[in-house]
Design a binder for this molecule. Structure first.
Ligand code: F0G
Length: 454
């Protein structure tokens, strides 16, 4: 078992506190058992997300000092657009304040009532934007993608036969676009292979439909392609990135995964698609040369994008996650395998198998882990789904507690502390009860529910 090695040193730190048990209990009760509603000051290890909380490099910090402040035509924006063109080889770029803003624009322009977006797997905000426009999401991840334990290295692959069937069934004219999500967020941060992406492209070409990539978690996916896909072993990260982008008509991303506090954007190959979306940027985001971002964030993004081309930088997240997953497997704690990107995913269906899915096992386990160790994870299960229009509640295909490992933030001893708390909690899992609503928010309910009771 290889112990991961930090390829960086720490030069700025933030003090943490571990509140005593009684205080943790009071805090989670006050938050209605929703880890989103905890105060960060009451959290020891914040593993809620990797969004906006990854460590920034000294080079990113330095670049922020030389940003060119101007509303229009800032040279900071020119540098960012040039970097994106250089890396992804797409001619056009539209900036946005973060990933979901890109989804808003894409959905408004390309999704009409009754149109369909086939994808490997949905993300919460993506699906919300598509369905708000009256569109339908079809999930076509390979069967192995939904198996909690597996030896399949690319569980995020799209099933190309089902994709072709889906396009034929609805007819190509009904397809808004095909969407592939790098590092499928909701099913354990699982990657797709370059070969699979090429196969998806081939299906899109056959039917004349557009291919859009959600590249928010591309960095992890690049690492897995490099280390798990035999044919890509000798390719540089830069070459793999370009080969992936070459398959797509459009790619969008959240820059919050690049160490930035905000930011995102849409890279576009064709002038026609660029023109179709351009008007919405000044309307919803900000002028075309900042799109809701500060110039400082754009400078940090430009450097962050270049650093993403360094195999030693992007391997840190997956290596730490792989270590955590291996340690938990050794101790018998049920986790998603193989290890993916973003974080370690605990399989709540097996962990608390005495809690029925209608009582939100992953939500209950996330709350219990905060009580047991001051660790904040995120429910990624039925609570993160939306109700169907008829009010019925679809049960999620997986009930996961995601313990995100923000890149280069936590040390190995902190990871081992989390492993120890999880092992303890697993031994005492019968202490954990289910949850029920006392008041349910209508949209993106997982963000605000604060009225659950055990
Ligand atoms: N797409 C993917 C795959 C994401 O993981 C996220 C965000 C978004 C789109 C939306 O981007 O937050 O900048 O608006 N994921 C974060 C998470 C929120 O915690 O998983 P955003």
């Amino acid at each position: 078992n290889v112990v991961p090695l930090e390829m960086h040193k720490v030069r700025i730190v933030q003090k943490l506190t571990l509140p005593p048990l009684e205080q943790r209990l009071a805090c989670i009760q006050g938050a209605g058992y929703n880890t989103f509603l905890l105060q960060n000051a009451d959290v020891f290890l914040d593993m809620l997300t990797d969004s906006g909380v990854n460590a920034m490099s000294d080079q990113q910090q330095a670049a922020m000092m030389v940003a060119d402040d101007s509303y229009a035509g800032s040279s900071t924006f020119t540098r960012l657009a040039a970097k994106l063109r250089d890396i992804f080889g797409m001619q056009h770029f539209l900036p946005a304040h973060q990933g979901r803003a890109c989804e808003h624009i894409l959905a408004k322009v390309f999704v009409a009532p009754g149109s369909v977006v086939p994808m490997n797997y949905h993300f919460t905000t993506t699906k919300a934007h598509i369905t708000v426009q009256g569109g339908i999401v079809e999930e076509l991840v390979v069967a192995e993608g939904l198996a909690v334990t597996s030896a399949e290295p690319f569980k995020g692959n799209m099933d190309c036969e089902r994709l072709a069937d889906c396009i034929q069934r609805y007819t190509p004219g009904k397809i808004a676009f095909v969407r592939v999500e790098a590092g499928t967020n909701l099913i354990g941060g699982q990657p797709f292979s370059l070969q699979n992406l090429r196969d998806v492209r081939e299906v899109c070409d056959r039917f004349g439909v557009m291919l859009v990539m959600d590249a928010s978690l591309l960095a992890d996916n690049l690492h897995f392609v490099k280390t798990r896909e035999e044919a890509c072993r000798d390719m540089s990260i830069r070459d793999i990135t370009r080969a992936m982008a070459d398959c797509c008509d459009i790619l969008y991303f959240s820059a919050r995964k690049l160490g930035c506090a905000r930011g995102g954007g849409i890279c576009i190959r064709s002038e026609a698609h660029y023109r179709a979306m351009r008007g919405l940027v000044p309307l919803f985001e900000g002028f075309l040369t900042y799109g809701g971002m500060s110039v400082r964030e754009m400078e940090a993004m430009t450097v962050g994008l270049e650093e993403t081309m360094d195999a030693d930088v992007i391997s840190q997240g997956p290596q730490f996650i792989g270590f955590m997953v291996d340690e938990l497997v050794k101790r018998g704690v049920p986790v998603i395998t193989p290890a993916g990107g973003l974080g370690c995913h605990i399989d709540a269906m097996r962990f608390v198998d005495h809690i029925p899915q209608t009582q939100y096992p992953a939500g209950a386990l996330a709350a219990a882990l905060y009580i047991a160790g001051g660790i904040r994870g995120m429910e990624r299960g039925t609570l993160s789904e939306q109700r169907a229009p008829d009010g019925s509640e679809p049960l999620a295909s997986m009930e996961l507690v995601r313990l995100a490992l923000p890149r280069r933030v936590f040390t190995l001893s902190q990871v081992l502390f989390a492993v120890d708390r999880l092992e303890w909690l697993y031994k005492h899992r019968r202490l954990i009860g289910g949850l029920e609503w006392s008041e349910e928010p209508e949209i993106l309910r997982f963000f605000f529910y604060g009225r659950l009771t055990p």
